[in-house]
Design a protein around this ligand. Structure first.
Ligand code: SF4
Ligand code: MG
Length: 278
């Protein structure tokens, strides 16, 4: 090589680590892992240019199953860690991964503020409407009439959290929903999220076949969103507050200044806050 040639992008397989996932056979997270590695290969950067950060849960094991830099952090703190890393190392491509319990319950506050800050991150949430790793308790996205958990035998009686509606209200600039049963389509969404300059929220419907076996039927109801993406928050809001949670595709995309603080020091707090304004 004369120094002007570029190194070829690693294959999707090269973005996987030597470790075999310990997930239950048939778990949707296998497909999501494949979608992430396919998207990274198509993104075209080297393994050392990428970091995957997670919290705790079945899906939060993903950093161990990739060959990029990774950090398996504490519960609900994936976005805090990813934000710090991206701000300190803007040259890296940074993904945060995790589940609905990790991201929307203990990590809910970080989720809101990550949407608001618009740091250039891609957040992939494997949503199965249950805490899988701790053996099947209701999570923030569980429907109120789910009675299979011994902890909530009469259902939760509580409205489920609407992650994409919250993301829109909090200022996320890229909002998409994909499905583990459509790994190629999900890979495209993740690649678009990585390419998007700003905070990209991707809800990946990922069945937990052990504690929510009825989610095998999601493949019968998931469909392409009937309308294409919009940059109009009012239209997106109407759609996200009224859809049944099974429309997939990029649903909202807009542009807003990135939050990237001056790392040289001596930046007045008022200037930093001004960059957060929505
Ligand atoms: Fe996947 Fe559910 Fe098994 Fe966890 S418990 S690995 S989410 S199928
Ligand atoms: Mg879950």
């Amino acid at each position: 090589m004369d120094g002007s040639e570029q190194t070829a992008a690693p294959t999707a397989k090269a973005f996987k680590s030597e470790y075999k996932p310990v997930w239950c056979p048939g778990c949707g997270d296998f497909s999501v892992l494949s979608s992430i590695t396919k998207a990274l290969s198509e993104w075209g950067r080297q393994t050392e240019d990428v970091a995957v950060i997670s919290g705790i849960g079945c899906s939060s094991r993903i950093p161990a199953y990739t060959s990029v830099y990774g950090f398996h952090g504490v519960h609900g703190r994936a976005l805090a860690l990813a934000t710090g890393l991206k701000v300190a190392r803007p040259d890296l491509t940074v993904l945060a991964t995790g589940g609905d319990g990790d991201g929307f319950s203990i990590g809910g506050n970080h989720f809101i503020h990550a949407c608001r800050r618009n740091v250039d991150l891609t957040y992939v949430v494997m949503d199965n409407e249950v805490y899988g790793m701790t053996k099947g308790q209701a999570s923030p996205t569980t429907s109120p009439d789910w009675t299979a958990s011994k902890l909530t035998p009469h259902g939760t009686g509580v409205s489920p959290f609407n992650p994409l509606g919250v993301a829109l209200a909090a200022g996320a600039t890229f909002i998409a929903r994909g499905f583990a049963g459509d790994p190629n389509g999900l890979a495209k969404l993740i690649l678009e999220g990585i390419q998007h300059p700003g905070f990209a929220m991707i809800q990946a419907l990922s069945p937990c076949i052990t504690f929510r076996p009825e989610q095998r039927d999601w493949k019968k109801v998931v469909r392409e969103a009937p309308v294409g993406r919009t940059d109009d928050p009012s239209r997106a809001g109407r759609m996200l507050m009224t859809d049944d949670g099974f429309n997939i595709g990029v649903l909202f995309q807009t542009q807003r200044p990135l939050y990237q603080p001056d790392l040289s020091g001596n930046v007045p707090m008022v200037d930093i806050e001004a960059k957060f304004a929505i």
